[in-house]
Design a binder for this molecule. Structure first.
Ligand code: EPZ
Length: 417
């Protein structure tokens, strides 16, 4: 298994280009199931998760191609409605085929996505939403089965905003008979990207980006060409790395509109953030101030940026309190940061008190999930000495060519086979 080796304490300087967003590309590719024909997605990042969803769609009978960041899905040949355990277990977001399969074929069998390192990750709201649209849901031998002659539009209320839950039900409602209203819907930019795509295919979706999304069902959707939005979490990861190393980095091809919460917090730490047309420049301040963080649904501070900020907080001046309000076990990276000399105390599972220390020391560490691996890269970049990160397959799921990108910014980082 690959490892990443970093010799730290170098300031990052220069320019980096952001890839398309993994969490936009995955629902978009799933939406290709809704269309009898070939839908084209551009700016798709080359990631393990994209390979996983491609394998799943091809197993269902779709024809896919992926070259030069252009991914195509021909859904006309889909002949299977069962998403098998062996494929779903590799990526929880496979649940995103449930809504489209039920909407187009009136029948879907999808393996229950297990939990993961950061939490139980239940899908109850996905299922109750489909039931509201008239699907009969049964769970048997680890599989969800959804059946409906034709889905019928309805009101759906989410107890809490769910990103993939909102996406699954938007796609299901798009082909339902009549009008649906999703209330307390997630508001992430990836939701807007999917709504724009469904409308380009002939769907009738309004209100995406607000807590109330209205969908007028249509009888069919047509092929379209859709561009994936920039990855706001990759953007934030490079912003934090620039500030934490005291560097000066310009991040291109990103969308500053999508990272308000990150910019605000980064400025509080003392970094200078200069907005540009399709970019943002981050310059590390003379010191790093401690800040308090609470993760929230968009447009609040993103949970996917919590681990990266914690890495920077380990060398801030003073104490930072981090409240992880979305997932029940998203501090695994803290144990590895402690091994590098950080001073972190976790209380009742979702509060972390980070006391700033002078310096981290490089050490062998282990990645546990996608954003934890990004946290360990940032820690390696700021530490004194060499850090060796194992289980980097976690990182390859969501970051395209990350060591090349950091090398171009002057980091001493290399992948060891
Ligand atoms: C999406 O996961 C992202 N993944 C996650 O990114 C991200 O952390 C998360 O949204 C929150 O922003 C993709 O988009 C593929 P949720 P998702 O449903 O949709 C609870 C990454 O690093 N919940 O918004 O699975 C759930 O347990 C990944 O790229 C239910 O209780 O998250 C959580 O506490 C990690 N029942 C909260 O809601 C449900 O039916 C928000 O989860 C669904 C969710």
């Amino acid at each position: 298994m690959d490892k990443i080796q970093i010799n730290g304490s170098r300031k990052l300087q220069g320019e980096v280009r952001i890839s398309g967003a993994k969490n936009a590309a995955l629902p978009l590719i799933a939406s290709g199931i809704l269309v009898k024909g070939t839908t084209v997605f551009t700016n798709v990042p080359r990631l393990m998760d994209i390979t996983s969803i491609r394998n799943l769609l091809e197993d269902l009978g779709a024809k896919c191609s992926f070259e030069d960041n252009v991914f195509t899905v021909d859904g006309s040949g889909i002949h299977k409605i069962e998403a098998e355990y062996d494929l779903v277990r590799k990526m929880r977001a496979s649940i995103l085929v449930l809504g489209p399969l039920t909407a187009r074929f009136g029948h879907a069998k999808v393996s229950m996505p297990g939990g993961c390192a950061i939490g139980a990750r239940p899908v109850n709201m996905h299922l109750s939403g489909l039931e509201a649209l008239g699907a009969k849901i049964t769970i048997d031998h680890g599989y969800i089965e959804a059946k409906a002659r034709r889905l019928v539009g309805n009101e759906i209320y989410f107890d809490i905003p769910t990103v993939t839950g909102t996406e699954n039900l938007m796609m299901a409602a798009a082909l339902a008979k009549g009008r649906s209203v999703l209330r307390n819907a997630a508001r992430e930019p990836e939701i807007i990207c999917l709504a724009d795509a469904l409308n380009k295919m002939g769907g009738k979706v309004s209100g995406a980006g607000t807590p109330i999304i209205e969908i007028e069902g249509v009888d069919s959707l047509e092929p379209a060409e859709v561009r994936v939005i920039p990855d706001r979490i990759e953007t934030g990861t490079f912003m934090v790395a620039a500030a934490a190393t005291g560097g000066d980095v310009t991040i291109k091809d990103c969308n500053p509109e999508h990272i308000g919460g990150i910019i605000s917090k980064l400025k509080d730490t003392g970094a200078e953030v200069i907005l540009q047309e399709k970019g943002v420049r981050v310059k590390g301040g003379p010191r790093i101030n401690s800040v308090d963080i609470k993760t929230l649904p968009y447009p609040g501070f993103p949970t996917d940026m919590q681990a990266q900020f914690m890495a920077m907080a380990t060398i801030a001046e003073g104490n930072s309190i981090i409240h992880e309000s979305i997932f029940e076990n998203r501090f695994i990276h803290a144990n590895e940061l402690l091994r590098m000399g950080a001073d972190i105390k976790i209380s009742n599972g979702n509060y972390a008190m980070v006391r700033g220390v002078e310096k981290l020391q490089g050490a062998p560490v282990m990645a546990s999930d996608l954003r934890a691996s990004a946290s360990l890269v940032i820690a390696g970049l700021i530490a004194k000495g060499t850090t060796l990160i194992s289980r980097v397959y976690h990182m390859d799921r969501g970051y395209e060519a990350i060591e090349e990108k950091f090398s171009c910014l002057g980091a001493d980082i290399q992948r060891i086979e």
